[in-house]
Design a binder for this molecule. Structure first.
Ligand code: BGC
Length: 746
């Protein structure tokens, strides 16, 4: 901890490893060392107003689209711009660390906090998380990547153990964190509440020190989630530098006592306290904050929200709206007047202002178009009121040229702190929709929800469906822009929309019981599971329509370097053309599959994506470069990433189920062979050319020069090939004698 170490007492160092209060690190006034202020959150600053307590009443801040929406942008540049705006707002409020982004994987659509997370896929979570971190930190404010790790549900979140095999952890649940740490250098990481394989994340040395620091090179500070520390001394020894909020008088005393008794080496305390001081230095080195232009940030939030909106279907090109002069639009749904644009819990922002979709739509449509509103339903269903509202909405719909129905989840349906138990829209809304469709078939549904909702039970009543997620305070303006075609729907699904909840791969293992949740689906999360089981879905991962159309051609792949030399590069190029009449952006997706592998692998995994803007008729070459890691799996046996040489299938397309061009490449690599000994099987010995030779030599030949025992019989070798040699030695006549075992070594 540098020169300052010597100046601090054990008590002062212990105090540094706890906050001073719920939002500040501890100062050391004697040495002129100040506090760092921490504040939520992922999509907007939640800095409590002076004297404020609880979730509400924070200082006004721009509420940007939540991660559920940002994930659908597939656009790291855009997310970086949001991050920079968040950083600027934090800096202007004297906040040194912003508690976001949250990059946990959406393992189940039921997770109450899915609106705070980007995707079911770690590449999207990692790329967008890194972009957010770069943006925030470009303003001299530290980001805090959370919640590390395997915090994929709210049920029993402070106690539950996520029981996950290491390969699944590495490939799915840690991969996003790894990318953010390696690529963006976050100043802080927040540990999760839950345990991972029986050890609380806050006390998990493997996670906090071995993987995070030793392997990935993290050089920042690890803080606890709020209230995640059970044993301060064990947590510090595992690598947890800062406890938040501080258990004052208890945790600090425990640290001092542990150092005095020798239970904790003072050097470990020095390291943790040093990291708190280093964070202060990083925050202090930032340029002076500049005033925030709230209007500019609102305008950014609006542009971004349009880029996150996913057009799920658009029968008969009903969108963008084309209403004749003198025509009428029926706007139905309480959400058009009372928008839902963010989720509940620690991320809840006090917005600088809120766009109302109904007003924005009126503004966006020509004056000659009559916009008529009917609430249609109550957000928190009220049976008596709903009947009357639905009847009135039906009348308004019948007389209109087109109906725009704003449906979605009530705030009470999803929040931090609890999980959902179903994924259905409220029945009063789906019943209303059926009546609207009977009155007027030209119905556009606009959805506001943080986590996926089932569409299969109602979408026959909708000609067009626009999924807007919880898209921040400017969502209303953005929705109007997309509906009238002033902006395009730029989003693509970062998570699968299932036909039924029961189809989702984690279904039978969510949310666990008796303190454990078993990640039984392994790496087959989201589309990886749907595709492996070839199960139909409502809308696949990656899906989203545009107002124009795109053609894919000329897929080319070139392999250079070699996996064994560590310089393998697989270069992929594809030409994408805007084949329609409007400008538009396409999200070009590259999937890779390893059809013959020693472990069960997904049919395809997203390994690259690019969002490209194209004018009508314009063509652009889109290029991707894959490395060995993109083709590898985590081998639990070898304790490292393993690339198995052979054929790999590559596909580019517009969703995991809309693959436009496919090809295969051969990638050579030295085979991974298990260590040979008497515990290795006959098959394993014979599969290894050197091993086969050694074994044959040890077994020897008979008088006529033929191999002895089992090696003479193809039939027996096949039948007993999975026997370890030591077990074969127990059978007489097979030629695997004690002498042979001695000759081949242990
Ligand atoms: C949440 C974190 C949040 C923290 C501070 C916790 O309950 O899990 O995401 O940053 O509170 O509000």
């Amino acid at each position: 901890m540098g020169a300052r170490a010597a100046e601090l007492t054990v008590e002062e160092k212990a105090a540094l490893c706890l906050g001073a209060d719920i939002w500040r690190t501890a100062p050391v006034e004697r040495l002129g060392i100040g506090s760092v202020v921490l504040a939520d959150g992922p999509h907007g600053l939640r800095k409590p107003a002076e004297g404020g307590v609880g979730i509400g009443g924070s200082v006004p801040a721009t509420c940007f689209p939540t991660a559920s929406a940002l994930g659908s942008s597939w656009d790291p540049e855009l997310v970086e711009r949001v991050g920079a705006a968040l950083g600027a707002e934090a800096a202007a409020q004297g906040v040194g660390v912003l508690l976001g982004p949250g990059i946990n994987i959406k393992r189940s659509p039921l997770c109450g906090r899915n609106f705070e997370y980007f995707s079911e896929d770690p590449l999207i979570s990692g790329v967008l998380g890194a972009a957010m971190v770069r943006g925030v930190q470009s303003r001299g404010v530290g980001a805090c990547v959370k919640h590390y790790a395997a915090n994929n549900q709210e049920t029993d979140r402070l106690r539950v153990s996520a029981d996950v095999d290491e390969r699944t952890l590495r490939e799915i649940y840690l991969a996003g964190f790894e990318r953010v740490v390696r690529e963006a250098g976050p100043w802080t990481v927040m540990c999760a509440y839950n345990a991972v394989n029986g050890v609380l994340a806050s006390q998990n040395r493997w996670l906090l020190s071995e993987v995070l620091r030793d392997e990935w090179g993290f050089d920042g500070l690890v803080m606890s989630d709020w209230g995640a520390v059970a044993d301060r001394v064990a947590a510090l020894a595992a690598g947890l530098d800062l406890e938040m909020p501080p258990n004052l008088g208890v945790s600090d005393a425990a640290l001092v006592a542990a150092v005095r008794s020798g239970e904790l080496a003072e050097a470990e305390l020095d390291t943790a306290a040093g990291r708190v001081l280093a964070l202060g230095d990083r925050v202090g080195a930032g340029a002076p904050a500049e005033p925030v232009d709230a209007d500019a940030h609102h305008a950014l939030a609006r542009r971004v929200a349009a880029q996150c909106a996913v057009l799920l279907r658009n029968d008969g090109a009903l969108l963008p709206l084309d209403v004749p002069a003198g025509g009428a639009v029926a706007v139905v749904g309480e959400f058009a007047r009372t928008p839902r644009y963010q989720g509940a819990g620690s991320s809840q922002v006090n917005p600088t202002r809120v766009d109302v979709p109904l007003d924005e739509l009126r503004r966006a449509l020509p004056d000659e178009v009559d916009v008529r509103f009917a609430a249609g339903f109550t957000i928190e269903p009220d049976v008596a009121a709903d009947e009357q509202l639905a009847a009135e909405a039906e009348r308004v719909a019948a007389d209109a040229d087109v109906v725009v129905a704003f449906l979605g989840l009530p705030a009470s349906a999803e929040s931090e702190g609890f999980d959902r138990t179903h994924i259905d829209l409220p029945a009063n809304q789906t019943a209303l929709l059926a009546r609207l469709a009977a009155a007027n078939p030209r119905v556009v549904v606009v959805l506001s929800n943080g986590s996926v909702v089932r569409t299969s039970d109602w979408e026959r009543h909708a000609a067009a469906v626009l999924e807007c997620w919880l898209s921040g305070q400017a969502a209303g303006g953005a929705i109007a822009d997309v509906l009238v075609g002033a902006a395009e729907p730029g989003g693509r699904l970062a998570e699968t929309v299932p036909l039924r909840l029961a189809d989702t791969p984690s279904h039978l293992n969510f949310p666990g019981e008796l303190g454990h949740v078993r990640y039984g689906e392994g790496v087959f999360v989201g589309y990886r599971g749907f595709d492996a089981a070839d199960r139909p879905v409502a809308y696949p991962f990656g899906h989203g329509l545009s107002y124009t159309s795109f053609g894919y051609a000329d897929l080319e792949v070139a392999v250079t370097g070699s996996a064994d030399d560590g310089d393998l590069a697989v270069d992929v190029a594809v030409a994408v053309t805007n084949t329609g009449a409007r400008p538009g952006t396409e999200v070009v997706q590259l999937y890779v599959g390893d059809p013959h592998a020693a472990v069960a692998r997904p049919v395809r995994e997203l390994r690259g994506f690019a969002k490209v803007a194209l004018e009508p008729g314009q063509t652009r070459a889109v290029r991707f470069r894959l490395g060995a890691r993109d083709l590898s799996y985590w081998s639990t046996a070898a304790g490292r990433w393993v690339l198995e040489g052979g054929r790999f299938d590559l596909a580019v397309g517009a969703s995991s189920r809309d693959l436009r061009l496919t090809t295969s490449v051969e990638v050579p690599a030295e085979p991974v062979r298990p260590p040979l000994g008497s515990g290795a099987t006959l098959d394993e010995w014979l599969a290894d050319p050197d091993g086969a030779e050694r074994l044959r030599a040890a077994v020897g030949v008979d008088r006529r020069g033929r191999p002895r025992g089992i090696l003479a019989s193809a039939e027996l070798s096949r039948m007993l090939g999975n026997f370890p040699l030591a077990r074969l030695a127990t059978f007489p006549g097979l030629g695997i004698t004690p002498d042979v075992l001695r000759a081949i070594g242990p």
